[in-house]
Ligand binder design. Structure first.
Ligand code: AMP
Length: 172
């Protein structure tokens, strides 16, 4: 499977100078989607994971597959204002702009949580979720993104949580 070929690249989206790596082109490609899920699950086969936190929205489509495969709970990290119950909340800086994520606090039980998103750029999104996990007294089992952009130095921010990716791109 050539994963690179399965990822659509869109220059200057959502603003000039950003090369957008669009994983929705994986979801429309059953062979690529299956490959990504299998690889992701196999990366953690020897890692104790008691639950998955998937990040809105493309992370949902990876985290849900992982949760079903491993038979563990799936918790959604959603953009502010979408969750009806009592929430934990964390704001953070994006590669482009700012955002706030929320998680239903009662769902984030003690245990080892794997945090899943589609892409890791600066690591700010995953770090925000990790802060909520730690604030609840739970643990971070690991972090996963299909794509990594190491030139944005996410290792400096979240390296301690052992982020794993399936494919990395340089900034050139
Ligand atoms: P960060 O918090 O900087 O690691 O950014 C990761 C989040 O922003 C993920 O949810 C990605 O979907 C999105 N993102 C950031 N940069 C890009 C990019 N160049 N292409 C696609 N998605 C991106």
């Amino acid at each position: 499977m050539n994963l690179d070929e399965a990822i659509r690249k869109v220059p200057d989206f959502p603003k000039p100078g950003i090369l957008f790596y669009d994983v929705t082109s994986i979801f429309t490609n059953p062979e690529a989607y299956k490959y990504v899920v299998e690889q992701m699950v196999s990366l953690y086969k020897n890692v104790e994971v008691s639950g998955v936190i998937a990040i809105e929205s493309r992370g949902f489509l990876l985290g849900s597959c992982f949760a079903v495969e491993r038979g563990v709970p799936l918790v959604l990290a959603r953009k502010k204002g979408k969750l009806p119950g009592k929430t934990l909340e964390e704001s953070y800086a994006l590669e482009y702009g700012q955002a706030t994520l929320q998680i239903h606090s009662e769902d984030l039980k003690p245990g080892r949580w794997l945090i899943i998103d589609d892409l890791i750029a600066t690591g700010g999104t995953l770090e925000a979720v990790a802060k909520m996990v730690l604030r609840q007294g739970a643990e971070v089992a690991g972090m996963f993104g299909v794509i990594g952009l190491p030139f944005l130095k996410y290792e400096e921010k979240i390296g301690a949580y052992h982020p794993r990716t399936l494919i990395n791109y340089s900034g050139e």
